[in-house]
Design a protein around this ligand. Structure first.
Ligand SMILES: *[C@@H]1O[C@H](CO)[C@@H](O)[C@H](O)[C@H]1NC(C)=O
Ligand SMILES: *[C@@H]1O[C@H](CO)[C@@H](O)[C@H](O)[C@H]1NC(C)=O
Length: 423
């Protein structure tokens, strides 16, 4: 009966979608689109790319999306510079990409040997010539690398992650410590870095998180605290250093079954991307680490319009980026269906107002399959994306103040990458 009800709800939802007029921000055209091609009053159907047209306010796309801060955060890119991007994935190398906005190219310039599955990479915050990676295997590891002037990496150090499946690591802002989380074994580790930042010393084990099946994913610094998203616990754990140990001081609760994966933090607000229920929420961070409560400001679906999907469904929200001015968030929603949506995965663009309220601005279809890796250039000008299953690499320019993305370069034959850093 529950199944019948769910099916009926799905039918009526898709029935509503097949109306003759698309709602505000809804899809109104694109490859394979058979729904409405006109928009509700006050909105105009605007071509975003060959895969997607959208109902935007007003008559012209340039006057469209709400841009809380119109110019800050996305300075005009220096058009002649070559930018170097490093990318890791589930192979055994870290690739060096060279991106030219002027020529509209993103080329693979080389790769260095990394050990197995460098699925997450992170630059030293204090030395741009040093890189770290996970080695996401059952006997997980971490690696360190030097980066040459020409952007080529070279593996130097390695250490155990102390568990199974390190899917994420963070290099702390001090430049002196790293922390990794083991997704499968539900525990983690931190290391103090040697003076040259290349050797992992003083391992501190973070014990398995105290729930039946923990799946810690991301590590984010918040003042002197560390936040750890735990998909299995539906919590963001709050950790504090206590002598030569990390102690759980409390948590920020998440909806049951939501599966928190990645976060961005702005002031006392945490933005949480949930992998299992495919929502993006904004929540207050209590000043007391042991308050174990939160107020949800907004919670919105990151899925393309007209789609509902429940665990264990086909979509698994992936990466979350925030613009330098904090005015926009970009979320990937990994479509794991066979065959997947012909438009590829979408990147959902949200605006954030001063009170932390979210509004969906646009779904930008990428043509890529399974966008796990998404990374913004430090100046906020560009976003690089890759399809873990297919499609290669695409580089977008953030345009219209950040409310839109424009393809500036793509390379379908680039390797499948799941994590990037910009040099
Ligand atoms: C851009 O293309 C021109 C002409 O092919 C080439 O000479 C130049 O090196 C390229 N620049 C970059 C940054 O790739
Ligand atoms: C919050 O949770 C932590 C354990 O995670 C616990 O030690 C603390 O007592 C809790 N706080 C409250 C107010 O219950």
């Amino acid at each position: 009966m529950a199944h019948l009800l769910a099916a009926a709800a799905l039918l009526s939802a898709s029935g509503a979608w097949a109306q003759s007029v698309s709602p505000a921000w809804g899809q109104c055209g694109g490859q394979g689109w058979s729904g409405a091609t006109s928009c509700v009053s006050g909105y105009t159907c605007t071509v975003s790319n060959p895969y997607y047209s959208q109902c935007l306010p007003g008559a012209a796309p340039s006057s469209s999306a709400p841009a809380p801060t119109s110019t800050a955060g996305a300075p005009p890119p220096s058009s002649t510079a070559i930018r170097t991007i490093l990318g890791g994935g589930y192979g055994s190398t870290i690739s060096t990409l060279q991106f030219s906005a002027q020529n509209g190219t993103v080329n693979v310039a080389g790769a260095c040997s990394s050990g197995p599955s460098p699925s997450w990479i992170a630059l030293s915050p204090t030395n741009k010539g040093i890189l770290y990676s996970t080695n996401e295997t059952p006997t997980g590891g971490l690696s360190s690398f030097t980066i040459s002037q020409s952007g080529m990496c070279s593996r130097v150090g390695s250490a155990t992650s102390g568990g199974d499946g390190p899917a994420f690591m963070a290099a702390f802002k001090s430049g002196n410590e790293v922390m990794a989380m083991n997704y499968n074994s539900g525990d983690g580790i931190s290391y103090t870095l040697s003076a040259d930042k290349l050797q992992f010393t003083n391992p501190i084990t973070i014990p398995k998180f105290p729930v039946a099946v923990p799946h810690p994913h991301m590590v984010a610094q918040y003042g002197s605290e560390v936040f750890v998203t735990d998909l299995g616990a539906d919590k963001i754990w709050r950790l504090a250093r206590n002598g030569n140990a990390w102690a759980i001081t409390g948590f920020i609760p998440q909806p049951t079954g939501s599966g928190p994966r990645h976060v961005q933090i702005k002031g006392p607000t945490v933005f949480v991307l949930h992998e299992l229920d495919n929502t993006l929420s904004s929540q207050t961070i209590p000043s007391s680490p042991s308050a174990n409560s939160t107020t949800t400001i907004s919670s919105l679906s990151v899925l393309p319009p007209g789609i509902t999907d429940n665990y264990p469904g086909r979509f698994h929200a992936g990466e979350l980026l925030m613009s330098p001015d904090g005015a926009f968030l970009y979320a990937s929603n990994r479509d794991t269906a066979t065959p997947p949506d012909s438009r590829g995965d979408a990147i959902a663009i949200f605006s954030v107002d001063g009170a932390g309220r979210l509004a969906l601005v646009k779904q930008e279809f990428t043509g890529l399959q399974v966008v796990r890796g998404l990374s913004m250039s430090p100046d906020g000008a560009f976003i690089v994306a890759s399809g873990q299953n297919a499609g290669g690499v695409v580089v977008y320019e953030r345009v219209s103040g950040g409310s839109d993305l424009r393809v500036v370069a793509s390379n379908p034959s680039a390797p499948a990458l799941t994590s990037f850093v910009w040099l």
